[in-house]
Design a protein. Structure first.
Length: 400
């Protein structure tokens, strides 16, 4: 298989409702997150020397390894979804449920005992378990085969009942759903299907805090992006960021490029088919990009990507490994970014598109050139430290 494959679709002339991820909603979401004592805006890193080396105008990387001390962005979605669920259940507005009130004895007594169930490769489950722990509630976490032990231990440290199962991610989602139904629990999952769409939408809204911070900082710098590269598992993050920027930059929507691993490229396959149907991927999904090993597209997010994404890339693991080394070994006085496998892949792709002549055709189709301002999101730090070191020190998965 080629190391990188591109798919695009016919433009959909129909309108798509993206009002639920506009800037008004984003302000409400970020105010919720700002009520958490752990909240700090994460760094937006300008890599001036790297952009000069690559031959583009600029590249910015939003470093989510600092988010809430949990080394990944996922807590943004899980916490806002749980907060929104509680508000709905109590007949409240989430605006009236800041962190201190949400974790109060008053709210706990009104709610009773709840178990929040989820499936995860690590980051999402840790965010859900952390939020449940703050609420003094229970969590049940299902993790797919191949999950790193460190990620399991981090979730268990939040008093979660968590285990690794001999199933892939999508099968673990079904286990979590069944558990929630049979144990009077609540499923907190970004995968959606008919009849289960409210919480996935809340999770997408939660991710807007990251996009909102980046947009406002870039606007202040006078450097709004021409291109945004977004990694995708089920596509919730990609859909949320795409929809947000389509709202706030509607007169000059950036070129949105979606990046997935070959072994779990459900959005790429759906775009390639371009037949109006979703095309899940099944079987073992064992890319090093553990957070992207998801085979079923998010139904509430796909229409946004279909409408506004420019291109879909299916890529080899070596692009993620290259991105990890690239960000961890910066040029001159560019700031170092410790980025995990799923976090680094987009930077790795941009780097190789600009420097590998064999990828010139793809670069030109995407429109990357000396005038491009690129935004990437490093969605995780070294959440699997052993694998991080094997990759950046020993050259694991480096066969570019």
């Amino acid at each position: 298989m080629e190391k990188i494959l591109l798919a695009s679709m016919r433009k959909d002339p129909r309108d798509v409702d993206i009002r639920f991820i506009n800037d008004t909603v984003a302000k409400r979401v970020i105010n919720f997150h700002k009520s958490f004592p752990q909240y700090e805006k994460t760094p937006l890193v300008e890599l001036a020397h790297l952009s000069n080396y690559l031959g583009i105008k600029n590249i910015f990387v939003k470093d989510e390894s600092y988010r809430f001390g949990l080394n990944a962005f996922k807590v943004l979605g899980g916490s806002f979804a749980i907060g929104s669920y509680i508000a709905d259940r109590l007949g409240m507005s989430v605006e009236d449920l800041p962190y201190e009130r949400m974790i109060s004895k008053e709210i706990k007594e009104k709610l009773g005992e709840i178990t929040f169930a989820t499936a995860t490769d690590g980051n999402h489950g840790r965010g859900v378990a952390w939020t449940a722990n703050q609420l003094k509630q229970k969590s049940k976490v299902f993790m797919p085969k191949g999950t790193a032990r460190e990620r399991l231990d981090n979730i268990r440290a939040e008093n979660a009942d968590a285990d690794i199962y001999e199933y892939n991610y999508d099968e673990c989602v079904r286990l979590a759903d069944e558990y929630a139904k049979t144990h009077n629990g609540i499923l907190v999952q970004d995968t959606s299907w008919e009849g289960y769409e409210d919480i996935p939408r809340y999770i997408m809204q939660g991710y807007m805090t990251m996009a909102y911070e980046a947009y406002n900082e870039l606007k202040e710098k006078g450097s709004l992006p021409t291109h945004i590269f977004l990694q995708a598992g089920v596509g919730s993050l990609a859909s949320a960021v795409t929809g947000f920027f389509a709202n706030v930059m509607k007169d000059a929507i950036p070129t949105i490029v979606i990046v997935e691993p070959h072994k779990a490229a459900c959005l790429y396959q759906t775009a390639k088919a371009d037949d109006g149907k979703l095309h899940p991927v099944t079987g073992d999904m064992d890319s090093i990009m553990a957070g992207l090993n998801c085979g079923e597209p998010v139904t509430v997010g796909w229409p946004i990507l279909k409408k506004y994404a420019h291109s879909f890339l299916s890529v080899d693991d070596c692009f993620a490994a290259h991105g990890m080394r690239l960000l961890g070994n910066p040029l001159k006085n560019d700031k170092k970014i410790i980025s995990g496998e799923s976090g680094a892949v987009t930077a790795g792709v941009v780097s190789k598109l600009m420097t590998d002549d064999s990828l010139k055709n793809i670069k030109e189709k995407i429109g990357l050139d000396s005038s491009s301002i690129v935004l990437c999101f490093s969605t995780e730090g070294d959440t699997d430290k052993d694998n991080y070191l094997k990759t950046v020190w020993d050259g694991k998965d480096s066969s570019l």
